[in-house]
Design a protein around this ligand. Structure first.
Ligand SMILES: Cc1cc2nc3c(=O)[nH]c(=O)nc-3n(C[C@H](O)[C@H](O)[C@H](O)COP(=O)(O)OP(=O)(O)OC[C@H]3O[C@@H](n4cnc5c(N)ncnc54)[C@H](O)[C@@H]3O)c2cc1C
Length: 366
């Protein structure tokens, strides 16, 4: 069976990775790498248990995606890939007062009761929280989730692609176009026909550009995120993820790097500029949360377009009545958490296997 994967963000990379572990599948991946590819900008937080989004189908996917990471990391290690910044550093959900903390605690404890991947959950004082993340203010109350993790998004996507290629997948760069031929999508790259029995469209925020020639439109739009990377003199590899009650957050990586995110610019279109307002929003939040970062070096601002849906939920599967194509999209602000599992689900669907989650809850057309 020949399968063409369009897009090699975390989702397309995961589709290719999971397909390449199977025998008898020829996989080809083509990625255009637009400016603003979400996977290149993503922060890398993997801690679904603290989300405020309650919608059951969304939460089921998000939590399953978080839990799947352990398997994925072990499986990548078996395939020789260990260097992608994944670490269970823990997460601190921060609250301003006792009432807020009690709400957070209730939400998280209900969810993690039977989830070993979440680890132990315990309250910490402001001083104890600061001891784990020294630049942090010391007047927050915190709930510590031991299993909270972070990952270098671009590195894990690249690791999955390397394994796929090692297992025989073909990886190319460029812009794929689709056209209808005998009721099925036919793909071309620079005028060259790409032979495939099945096309998996994992084109992120750009999906409607490629789908429009088929007369298909999905409810996904780019949501711009500006995210700032800082360098600090301290060793940062063990610092936990910080999750305050706002939608902003902070985390750290092994190379003295702290990441402060992010704007959520709904209706942004594909405007790839770093803006004064975006910088100010993220830095003001960051320095209010962690004043100890005031003297950090600002090393980079990344811009990415989240493939966002109004209903927040992922969209996964076939378009009714159209053979030969699967679509994966709508991973929004949680795509680094859900992307690896979403790729596995699409691979299972492509191969006609039962899926770990029922995709009927995540229809492509809503
Ligand atoms: C600032 C920011 C912070 C984030 N932080 C987190 C986080 O901490 N935790 C979390 O879980 N999630 C996070 N996310 C969300 C996550 O990054 C995204 O949901 C995820 O990366 C989406 O992956 P994707 O593969 O669907 O899309 P993308 O990574 O955008 O990949 C799609 C690819 O398809 C390619 N493509 C499009 N059209 C074509 C075509 N016609 N031909 C060939 N290729 C094509 C594109 O160029 C692109 O390379 C964050 C996102 C942003 C922007």
């Amino acid at each position: 069976m020949r399968i063409l994967v369009v897009g090699a963000g975390i989702l397309g990379a995961s589709v290719a990775y999971h397909l390449s572990l199977e025998k008898g599948v020829d996989v080809e991946v083509v990625d255009e790498e637009h400016q603003g590819k979400a996977t290149l900008a993503g922060a890398g937080i993997v801690c679904p248990w603290a989300t405020k989004v309650e919608e059951p189908a969304f939460y089921r996917f998000y939590a399953a995606g978080g839990a799947y990471y352990r398997k994925l990391v072990a499986n990548l290690a078996e395939n020789g890939e260990t260097d992608f910044g994944y670490r269970q550093v823990g997460a601190l959900v921060l609250a301003e007062n006792e009432t807020e903390l009690a709400q957070v605690e209730k939400r998280v404890l209900t969810r993690v009761a039977s989830v070993p991947e979440a680890g132990k959950v315990s309250r910490l004082s402001g001083k104890d929280a600061q001891a784990l993340f020294p630049p942090l203010r010391d007047d927050f109350l915190a709930l510590h989730i031991e299993g909270g993790a972070r990952v270098e998004a671009r590195a894990i996507a690249a690791a999955m692609m390397r394994v796929a290629v090692k297992n025989g997948a073909k990886a190319r760069k460029g812009h794929v176009e689709l056209a209808l031929a005998n009721g099925k999508p036919a793909a071309t790259l620079n005028g060259e026909k790409l032979e495939a029995d099945l096309v998996v469209v994992a084109a992120g925020a750009w999906a409607n550009d490629i789908l429009s020639s088929l007369g298909v439109s999905i409810a996904v739009a780019p949501q711009k995120g500006q995210i700032i990377h800082l360098r600090v003199p301290q060793e940062t590899q063990d610092w936990p993820v910080l999750l305050p009650q706002a939608s902003h957050y902070m985390l750290a990586f092994d190379d003295n790097r702290v990441v402060v995110g992010a704007t959520r610019e709904t209706g942004s279109g594909f405007d790839y500029r770093v803006t004064a307002g975006g910088q100010a929003e993220v830095l003001n939040f960051g320095l209010d949360l962690a004043p100890g970062l005031a003297n950090a070096t600002l090393i980079e601002t990344r811009v990415g377009f989240r493939p966002a849906t109004e209903g927040v939920k992922p969209l996964l599967g076939r378009i009714p009545g159209m053979e030969g194509m699967l679509i994966g999209n709508g991973l929004g602000a949680g795509g680094l958490t859900m992307g690896p599992l979403a790729g596995r689900l699409l691979a299972q669907t492509a191969l006609g296997e039962p899926t770990d989650l029922d995709l009927a809850d995540y229809p492509v057309l809503v």
